[in-house]
Design a protein around this ligand. Structure first.
Ligand SMILES: [Zn+2]
Length: 468
């Protein structure tokens, strides 16, 4: 017995078609008009859209940071993702200092073990690039991990110099792997931060003031140039501003294999939010920092015209009032000064709905482009396509039955993320998942959770993925 989803409108990156869809086991078996239903479970999707499950390629579950851990683990974070229509994500396995890349991968597998309830993969974030670690990069392919991440910021902690960046990018490229970079000039940020602290400027707003957009633009331009010289594919994570977009566009115009993502929060939250009274601004502290409404307009344009390829979340939640009632320490760690605030914001649950609201309902792009940014491009760039990222015969039956009429007001009171605030608090969205299927099985039905811990699969991803 299979499942037939009848009378819905199937939306992929390329097409909008009214058709029925037959699921056999975990895959899509048939798409067509008036499919026979005899012997099958039937789901009526009249008036609804069928979207491929969302893929969030940038998340941090249970991440050690600044003396605490991000507050969502692999169960709570993945369940929240599912409620928002995301059925796969890629998290960052962090190399322990002094350890190997493989050790980082093993640590992250343990975090997910027995908890995962959607499908997930890992990138490896390299924190200590000794020569023997460089040689370990190609071996990640056997682990199903064809992407690495390097940091041009966090001086003295994670930051690598240009020689290291260039060598590792070239090495990864040689083996069909993708290099991701956090592009901010960490040397300049360290100077600006020390100067601000010396002046007694400790409030959350100075997190943004000490990381100006030009510093992101400069590092983006440098990474893009190095990728061009190395002839190696590059993916710039969490791009936020005009200066960075210009550098990526220049690289792409030169034919360099470079791509970029932005994250949901940069479209809706701005630098001025960090200046809210008291300690409130700490809720919005992440790196790079929030920018201006003009930058957000440029990002919307870049998503619409193809200059940017992906929207992710960089989901990295912390409690606003942590350290009490059994909670891990959180943002309050930074009350003493902005540089002690754990960096990160929650968002894995809200990505699809807020981007639909402003992107599709707001007229920035089509529903097809929405699917491309949220699911198809992430799958193509990160070696998951066409198993994930589309609705086609043979693809995994990761399906969001999306109700474009349904309104929902976002609130920490009702969200499923393990944190006490929501950066979109009070925002009313129109368009919300009615039902979410993971490999053919319903895991979310309206407000009901039907998934189970341990049922999520690790995604062994392929190298030599597309450069889009
Ligand atoms: Zn991140």
């Amino acid at each position: 017995m299979g499942t037939v989803i009848k009378n819905g409108t199937i939306i992929t990156a390329g097409d909008t078609v009214q058709a029925d869809l037959l699921i056999d086991g975990e895959q899509i078996a048939l798409i067509g008009r008036n499919l026979p239903v005899e012997g099958h479970e039937v789901i009526d999707a009249t008036g609804k859209l069928l979207l491929p499950g969302g893929i969030d390629v940038h998340t941090h579950l249970e991440l050690p940071f600044g003396g605490t851990l991000s507050s969502d683990d692999f169960f709570t974070g993945q369940r929240a993702a599912a409620f928002g229509g995301t059925t796969s994500h890629i998290d960052f396995a962090i190399q322990p200092k002094g350890g190997s890349l493989k050790e980082g991968v093993d640590i992250w597998h343990k975090k997910a073990e027995g908890k995962a309830c959607i499908d997930y993969g890992f990138h490896v974030a390299i924190t200590d690039l000794r020569p023997e670690v460089m040689d370990e990069i190609p071996a990640l392919i056997d682990e199903g991990i064809p992407s690495i991440k390097l940091f041009m910021a966090y001086k003295g902690v994670l930051q690598v110099d240009d020689t290291t960046l260039f060598r590792s990018m070239a090495k990864a490229g040689e083996h069909g792997m993708l290099t991701m970079v956090h592009a901010e000039n960490g040397d300049v940020i360290a100077e600006l931060t020390a100067a601000a602290l010396a002046r007694g400027e400790t409030a959350p707003i100075y997190h943004a003031k000490t990381r100006p957009s030009i510093v992101e633009g400069e590092a983006t331009g440098r990474a893009v140039a190095l990728a061009g010289v190395a002839g190696a594919p590059l993916y710039v994570v969490h791009m936020t501003c005009v200066e960075a977009l210009e550098q990526l566009a220049l690289g792409r115009a030169r034919g360099f294999p470079v791509m970029g993502e932005t994250c949901t929060q940069y479209m809706f939250i701005f630098e001025e939010d960090l200046g809210k009274p008291g300690f409130e601004g700490a809720k919005y502290v992440c790196s790079p920092p929030m920018r201006t409404p003009e930058d957000a307009e440029a990002l919307w344009g870049a998503l619409a015209d193809g200059a940017l390829q992906v929207v992710s979340t960089d989901h990295c939640p912390f409690w606003f009032e942590g350290g009490v009632a059994g909670r891990l320490p959180g943002k309050e760690l930074g009350k003493v000064s902005f540089d002690k605030i754990p960096n990160g914001v929650p968002g894995i649950e809200d990505r699809m709905a807020v981007m639909w609201r402003h992107g599709v309902n707001g007229g920035h792009f089509s529903a097809n482009r929405f699917v491309e940014l949220m699911s198809t491009n992430p799958a193509k760039i990160f070696g998951l396509y066409p198993r994930k990222g589309t609705l086609a015969v043979g693809s995994d039956a990761d399906i969001v039955i999306w109700d474009p009429e349904k309104s929902h007001t976002i609130s920490a009171k009702t969200h499923h993320m393990n944190t006490d605030y929501n950066i979109y608090e009070g925002m009313t969205v129109q368009g919300w998942p009615d039902r979410v299927l993971l490999r053919g099985r319903t895991i979310v039905d309206g407000d009901r959770w039907l998934g189970s811990e341990g049922s999520g699969h690790f995604l062994h991803r392929c190298p030599h993925a597309a450069v889009i």
